[in-house]
Design a protein around this ligand. Structure first.
Ligand code: MN
Length: 244
């Protein structure tokens, strides 16, 4: 009996508030109180229960660089798992009802909140990663971004090389990021679920270098995944939108 009551107590708030959350998500940018264009992941400022955001493209849209099978597992199993775990973990805590990005900043570096941080950050990172890729990606960045890239790295090729080096140099699971640090652009890498925002850096785009991002298509050849994505899929237009 007690177990049943506990189960219902956990489940009911999720069920009863889910429709309002879904509606808010469906409204997308139109409920932005500032009325400005969406930047970084502000569209995902949903409170619990957090929802798995839809992909910004069809599952097979990134083929042949990333297969529909990889995208399907990555989005439908891995990312969904982080969102589902987060919703379970925040029930009855101060983090229930808190926007995703605030959960990340509030739990970063707190050893007793590692599980919530990991799942919240991974939910955010994956939503950001999908928008860092585009079937029409690669090529030349928009002028304003290209100018900043050339000022910070010397050339677009040098920037891509630095992103590839960071992606290859991340031992084990993690992320390679293009970030804005004041007037300068930089490349940084983070391990596991870690995010650059906690170090005061603004993410512009990201590459997922967890094995689940490429193993079905490239097995151990992370270098091929990274270089092909940088050449064919990387979404410079999204990075340009995120510039301050
Ligand atoms: Mn991933």
């Amino acid at each position: 009996m007690n177990r049943k009551l506990t189960f219902l107590a956990v489940l009911c708030p999720l069920l009863f508030s889910s429709s309002s959350c879904t509606n808010r998500e469906a409204l997308g940018r139109s409920d932005d109180p500032k009325g400005g264009k969406a930047k970084t992941n502000d569209k995902l400022e949903s409170v619990s229960p957090h929802v798995l955001p839809p992909l910004p493209f069809k599952e097979d849209a990134l083929e042949p660089v990333i297969s529909a099978k990889t995208i399907s597992f990555h989005h439908g199993k891995h990312q969904k798992g982080y969102v589902d775990n987060l919703n379970k973990l925040v029930v009855g805590t101060d983090f229930a009802g808190m926007p995703l990005e605030k959960i990340i900043t509030e739990t970063a570096g707190k050893v007793d909140r590692t599980a919530i941080f990991n799942n919240a950050a991974q939910a955010w990172n994956h939503a950001f990663y999908w928008r860092s890729l585009s079937p029409k990606g690669g090529g030349e960045p928009p002028a304003a971004l290209k100018q900043k890239i050339e000022a910070s790295f010397g050339s677009l090729d040098a920037c891509k090389k630095e992103l590839a080096t960071a992606a290859m140099g991340q031992f084990g699971s993690g992320w390679a990021w293009l970030v804005q640090d004041g007037d300068k652009l930089k490349v940084v890498k983070t391990g596991n679920a870690d995010v650059p925002m906690t170090a005061g850096l603004k993410p512009l785009l990201v590459l997922d270098v967890w094995e689940h991002a490429y193993y079905l298509d490239y097995q151990n050849r992370r270098v091929d995944y990274v270089n092909t994505v940088l050449d064919k899929l990387i979404n410079w237009a999204f990075a340009a939108e995120n510039l301050d």
